[in-house]
Design a protein around this ligand. Structure first.
Ligand code: N2P
Length: 353
């Protein structure tokens, strides 16, 4: 959990990361691990331990799993070169930035036959239009969870969450890009409508909102709701699905102002020490029965349609995992150099808390 009011070092270093990403050399430096290991760098609360162990059982390849809690934290580490990874897990807009900066290895899809399980609507998206560098892991959205035993009025949108009466009862994911998108959504602006001008409009809104928040936590936002530290939250949809599964008093809604759909992917860095092991891992997690296990432990929207067929009716009817009506949501795109300003805005605002 990121403690309240203390922006992480990763956030600060993101400024440098985004500025340097474009010209960092591709050359690696440290010695390669033996080919029976891979280094995986993925979001926390996203890759089941049992899946990693079963992969090692099946292939003899050990997986060293490091976690991150934001795209910016991941980028900072990749660009620093402090550690070389074989498989990383960027979201859409960060995948796009990594492709542009030529930081990724083109995948050999002859080694990933299970890619056939991925639904057409999750392929060839703008961040990787020729589907050269990535395979989808999970999709999802960011929505509102309310503990309906403690909050009795409807909370339909971002503006409903950030009300004075909920001061000290709110948990949000600790993610600058997200927070800016929420504020802009209340002005009718889309997730990619981020410019210095729109940021200036978002600033007074966020100045009002952030002091109301009790907990900023991207790793496990469900926890504050489960333990009663918060009664309302803006969280990853998979976390909301876990809450709903625990107790349907945790109700989920897509914000009326609009939200985006994220697509988290697997990719191989250009300097990966063990690209062959990385391909084996990627193909393994796309097996329907393996992907089903991932969905069951972390119930996001599974882009693997063969795995979806293995899910139970309860899993498929969880409204946070599979929102009724399958709404078409826009994806987040790389916003280039403005990303630095997004991070700075939130870092500065949180420093005042
Ligand atoms: C998993 C977080 C989901 C990441 N713990 C949202 N892109």
């Amino acid at each position: 959990m990121r403690p309240f009011g203390r922006p992480g070092g990763a956030l600060r270093s993101c400024v440098a990361v985004v500025a340097t990403l474009g010209w960092v050399l591709l050359s690696g430096c440290s010695s390669s691990p033996p080919s029976h290991e891979i280094n995986l760098f993925a979001w926390s609360e996203y890759v089941p331990r049992a899946v990693i162990e079963a992969f090692t059982q099946a292939t003899g390849i050990k997986v060293n799993y490091d976690t991150f809690a934001s795209n910016e934290e991941m980028l900072a580490k990749i660009v620093s070169g402090a550690q070389r990874y074989d498989v990383i897990q960027p979201s859409d807009y960060t995948l796009e930035a990594l492709v542009r900066a030529r930081r990724l290895l083109p995948l050999d899809f002859t080694k990933i036959p299970n890619f056939r399980n991925i639904g057409a609507q999750y392929r060839n998206l703008p961040q990787d239009p020729e589907q050269k560098y990535s395979v989808p892991w999970m999709a999802g959205s960011v929505g509102i969870v309310v503990n309906a035993e403690r909050i009795h009025e409807p909370v339909r949108g971002f503006a409903d969450v950030f009300q004075e009466k909920y001061r000290g009862r709110i948990i949000v994911v600790d993610d600058p890009r997200e927070m800016v998108m929420w504020a802009l959504a209340t002005l009718g602006k889309g997730p990619n409508d981020i410019t210095p001008e729109t940021l200036a409009l978002a600033k007074p809104i966020l100045e009002r909102w952030l002091p109301l928040v009790k907990v900023f936590d991207s790793d496990s936002p469900k926890t504050a709701l489960l333990n009663g530290d918060a009664d309302v939250g803006i969280v990853w949809s998979g976390e909301a699905a876990l809450l709903y599964r625990t107790n349907p008093k945790f109700q989920f809604a897509l914000p009326v102002e609009g939200t985006h759909q994220f697509l988290d992917c697997l990719a191989i860095p250009a300097d990966a020490p063990n690209p062959d092991g990385a391909h084996q891992f990627i193909d393994y997690v796309l097996r329907p029965e393996v992907s089903k296990l991932i969905s069951t432990e972390f119930p996001y929207t599974n882009p693997n349609l063969a795995a979806r067929q293995l899910l139970s009716p309860e899993e498929l009817h969880n409204p946070a995992s599979y929102p009724p009506g399958d709404p078409k949501l826009e994806g987040a795109r790389d916003i280039g150099a403005v990303a630095v300003q997004v991070d700075k805005l939130i870092t500065d605002l949180k420093a005042q808390l």
